[in-house]
Design a protein around this ligand. Structure first.
Ligand code: ZN
Length: 436
């Protein structure tokens, strides 16, 4: 039995899926305009670990995990303008980096990675529906969600109205009927990326993207909606309002799961504070992706995590010990004490303590895999060879592109790897790689 802390109910509850053969989980993914930092990597690793646990508990094919790519957003447009390139140059570049960086941390690609720019029709349809229902209105080329039209608005963040208006940092635009109203659609000036819509050429607001993609890919009510704690307000509150109003009052998610911040000793790691450290830099310094993954899992996901040299060094020491115990044993039985720790709201520190207490090599190996650890060989670990999981992640992404008949993308990945001196060989058992 898995128990998860649900932010909506403010309590830990037994996770009972709507349909145990089709469990749905959606996590808000990256806005691709810069390299991910360790704080951005935390939800990717946490929800990857939760996905592994759910698949262990309910079956390998039980879960559909979607994580979106936000590839239209004002920060992207600003970067594109600064570099004098098309926005797609920026988004393609940073999406590739994201897949590579998360792959190095042992994060498996989600089952679905919908891109905002490819789902505009879904968003327009949902906005039209909200206007029809009286939950949204058009004003000066914008479409706004009318917050006073939704009496349940604020149910997730439990903020009062004054706090919500202050927290949303909404500019007081003259076309807003209420200061708390938020943008569903906004006009695009000439030369700015945009799509035709019933309200003129424009582009979607950020919040509608997730609501529309969840509906299109997973359904009206999903089992788990995840993301960082900073997304509770306004992003998730707004997602809830849009979806619930469009879907006759049905809840958007049955469990709201939020991970805590990563801080740098005293303050939150954030791009705007300029105190970020990225997986790419840490890998460059010689740390292994697996070490960074374990460091990210060293605190329970809801707790803040202080990112210090000690945390990283401790993770490395623990992995040395685990690899020494496991050696190159074939995976054996997964130890129930490790499963139990993870099943209690993903208590990764307790799971690690229990993992370290095991002495049967096969059991250590199999149980560690639930945490996405010890997936490589002990030999490679102690040799300290190049981190190869980033390559594997891109091979997995190429396979997915091929399965979706996106051969241009598949070829692009092969060419990128070739430029790095990695040659892919497709065979009956899949794709292998070698150094040129
Ligand atoms: Zn979202």
């Amino acid at each position: 039995m898995i128990r998860l802390y649900d932010t909506m109910m403010r309590e830990k509850r037994e996770f009972v899926p709507q349909d145990p053969q089709r469990i749905t989980m959606y996590v808000c993914g990256p806005t691709v305009y810069g390299r991910a930092h360790i704080g951005n990597a935390r939800p990717a690793v946490v929800f990857d670990t939760l996905a592994r646990l759910i698949r262990h508990e309910f079956g390998a094919k039980s879960l559909i995990y979607a994580r979106n790519i936000t590839d239209v957003e004002d920060k992207i447009l600003a970067s594109a303008e600064k570099e004098g390139v098309d926005p797609s140059v920026i988004t393609d570049r940073y999406e590739r980096f994201y897949i590579e960086d998360m792959g190095a941390l042992g994060v498996q690609p989600p089952d679905l990675a919908p891109h905002a720019t490819q789902e505009i029709a879904e968003m327009i349809a949902m906005i039209e529906r909200l206007i029809e229902l009286g939950n949204a209105y058009e004003a000066e080329g914008h479409v706004l969600f009318s917050v006073p039209s939704d009496p349940e608005y604020g149910s997730l963040s439990k903020r009062d109205r004054e706090a919500m208006i202050a927290g949303a940092r909404v500019e007081v635009a003259p076309y807003k009927r209420d200061p708390a109203d938020f943008v569903l659609w906004k006009p695009s000036a000439e030369g700015v990326v945009g799509w035709d819509s019933p309200w003129g050429r424009g582009r979607p607001g950020w919040h509608i993207e997730c609501s529309a993609m969840i509906r299109a890919h997973l359904g009206e009510t999903i089992d788990i909606h995840g993301g960082g704690i900073d997304l509770i307000f306004p992003h998730h509150e707004n997602e809830i309002a849009q979806s619930r109003c469009a879907h006759g009052g049905l809840p958007l998610a049955r469990f709201w799961v939020h991970n805590g911040f990563v801080d740098m000793g005293s303050e939150k790691m954030s791009k705007s504070l300029g105190n970020i450290v990225t997986p790419a830099e840490l890998l460059e310094q010689g740390h292994r992706g697996e070490t960074l993954r374990l460091a990210l899992l060293s605190a329970q996901y809801r707790q803040p995590l202080s990112w210090t040299d000690d945390v990283v060094a401790q993770a490395k020491t623990n992995l040395d010990r685990l690899y020494r115990t496991a050696g190159d044993a074939e995976p054996g039985e997964i130890d129930e004490s490790v499963v139990d720790a993870l099943s209690d709201d993903l208590n990764t520190p307790l799971a690690l303590t229990r993992l370290m207490a095991l002495d049967a090599p096969g059991s250590v190996k199999a149980s560690a895999a639930l945490l996405g650890l010890l997936e490589g060989s002990a030999d490679d670990w102690f040799k300290g060879g190049a981190d190869e999981s980033g390559i594997e992640a891109r091979i997995a992404e190429r396979a997915k592109a091929k399965a979706n008949r996106d051969f241009a993308r598949a070829d692009a990945i092969r060419d990128e790897l070739k430029a790095e001196g990695i040659v892919l060989e497709d065979g009956p058992a899949g794709t292998t790689w070698r150094k040129e």
